[in-house]
Design a binder for this molecule. Structure first.
Ligand code: FAD
Length: 458
């Protein structure tokens, strides 16, 4: 089978984009989208759909795009996914739908993500909206956390007639979509527009509402027929090495929240200070590390280093993010592990001591296991360090719900229906997994909404 080449995605040139926070991909034009959709061979049993946690009807959507029925394609997409323009941009499609596309074997899978982003953007630009007839059923559900899991659960429950109140600790809904992923990957007008759908269908959103602090978990349980916990995993992990409290050392969460949610990148228009020096180190090699590195570059850092104890080939970051980071001049220092952070008398970071690593066997996840090489320490000068080692579920909430069963690392324990040990209390997303993907969290949101509906109608 000869396979036509993927229609390439136009992008901002690296030398230009490192000076702005505008979207890197420029999106398909109408003609490009149709041409790309026409490459789809419309498999009888589409493997791409089995790879999608929210079970999008990928084959039909692509078929409608190929036939220029964009409105129909959009409505089919919205049946299973409240935020297709967002997932089209940030999903790791290479590990999901595109990873199992039959054309992947030839190295040219259909660009499903960019097609979905195209069709959702087209609907927004043409003011195409869903108009749903919702019949209220007089039952109330509280959803805690307005990230992808909470948003998806709220939409599905509202569509089924429930009165849904969505409690969010921050002053904006979106979770990581708002505070973590930078605008050059996920433009904020796209996020704001897709999230405005919740209020349009009658989901009540209560911002600045920290469950466990502004109101107790018990109050919530008494006032609602069911509760869905989608509090994410926003607590940073630390290295526990000397020097971590020095000035100029950030957790990736703090760094990205300052830049994205509190708009430090628009300083002084937005009055959020951020100190980002000329020589910046980022510890880790996942999506979070790539985001932090690319933000630092855009904030004016001259040299930005990814410090990683493996090689980028076994890194958890999306391939596209690594490629974009490389194009933007991010330097990958592989096979190194931090042993201490060095500071001056004023308490500011001046450098980091690193140890060389080598591979010895494999760890539990099947990846090559790095071990430190004896006497291989060396010092690298740095004026800013961002720790992107991963996150764990937020203990603040958990401390206020001592009766809720959790794993030792803080993840909420649930049964096969995503119900916790507490009657009528369900949970999903990163609060369960400790950190996964937007679409996995949305998959939990859908699964929990169906389980809550079953629970409340039994
Ligand atoms: C920087 C970064 C980049 C990423 N890039 C990608 C990517 O490219 N692709 C991808 O698929 N995934 C990516 N991820 C992972 C993905 O974003 C998460 O897996 C996903 O957002 C999890 O969704 P969630 O709804 O479970 O939690 P979150 O998105 O974390 O949302 C949880 C929400 O709950 C709120 N909350 C917490 N406690 C309370 C409380 N007590 N009361 C009220 N509200 C509360 C929080 O404020 C937050 O808004 C990235 C993550 C990060 C941090």
């Amino acid at each position: 089978m000869s396979v036509k080449k993927r229609v390439p995605m136009r992008e901002q040139a690296p030398e230009k984009r490192i000076h702005n926070f505008d979207s890197v991909p420029l999106g398909y034009s109408r003609e490009e989208a149709v041409q790309e959709a026409k490459r789809c061979i419309q498999c009888k049993n589409p493997t791409c759909e089995s790879g999608c946690p929210v079970k999008m009807k990928i084959k039909s959507i692509i078929n409608e795009i190929a036939n220029e029925n964009f409105e129909k394609a959009f409505f089919i997409a919205k049946e299973d996914n409240a935020v297709p323009a967002i997932t089209g941009r940030v999903c790791p499609q290479e590990d999901q739908c595109e990873g199992v596309c039959i054309l992947e074997k030839k190295g040219q899978p259909i660009n499903i993500g960019k097609l979905f982003a195209f069709v959702a953007d087209w609907a927004r630009e043409n003011n195409i909206e869903e108009h749903l007839e919702i019949k209220d059923n007089n039952k109330k559900v509280a959803v805690v956390g307005a990230g992808p899991a909470g948003i998806t659960c709220s939409v599905d429950l509202r569509k089924a007639g429930y009165h849904v109140t969505l409690f969010e600790a921050l002053h904006m809904a979106g979770g990581v979509l708002q505070y973590g992923i930078p605008a050059f990957r996920l433009p904020r007008d796209v996020v704001d527009y897709e999230l405005s759908f919740l209020e349009k269908i009658g989901v009540e959103i209560k911002l600045n509402s920290i469950v466990g602090q502004n109101m107790s978990f018990e109050e919530l349980r008494n006032q609602y027929d069911a509760v869905f916990l989608a509090t994410g995993a926003g607590a940073p992990r630390f290295l526990h090495i000397e020097g971590e409290k020095l000035k100029g050392v950030y957790s990736a969460n703090e760094f990205l929240i300052r830049v994205n949610l509190m708009k430090a990148y628009k300083f002084p228009e937005w009055d959020t200070p951020i100190v980002c020096g000329n020589k910046v180190g980022i510890i880790g090699c996942g999506n979070v590390a790539m985001d932090a590195a690319r933000c630092a570059k855009r904030l004016g850092a001259k040299e930005v280093y990814i410090l990683y104890r493996r090689t980028r080939k076994c890194a958890p970051a999306r391939r596209e993010e690594i490629k974009h980071a490389e194009e933007e001049g991010i330097i990958f220092k592989e096979m190194v592990c931090p042993s201490r952070i060095i500071g001056n008398d004023d308490g500011w970071i001046t450098g980091i001591e690193l140890v060389q690593t080598k591979f010895e066997g494999f760890d539990k996840s099947g990846r090559p296991k790095p071990v430190n090489v004896d006497n291989s320490q060396f010092v690298m000068e740095l004026d800013t360090l961002v720790n992107a080692l991963g996150t764990t579920p937020n203990r603040l909430f958990l401390r206020n719900a001592p009766e809720l069963e959790t794993h030792s690392w803080g993840g909420i324990k649930v049964d096969e229906n995503l119900m916790s040990n507490l009657e009528g209390v369900f949970a999903g997303g990163d609060a369960l997994t400790g950190g996964s993907t937007v679409i996995e969290a949305m998959g939990h949101g859908r699964q929990a909404a169906a389980a809550i509906d079953k629970y409340l109608t039994k």
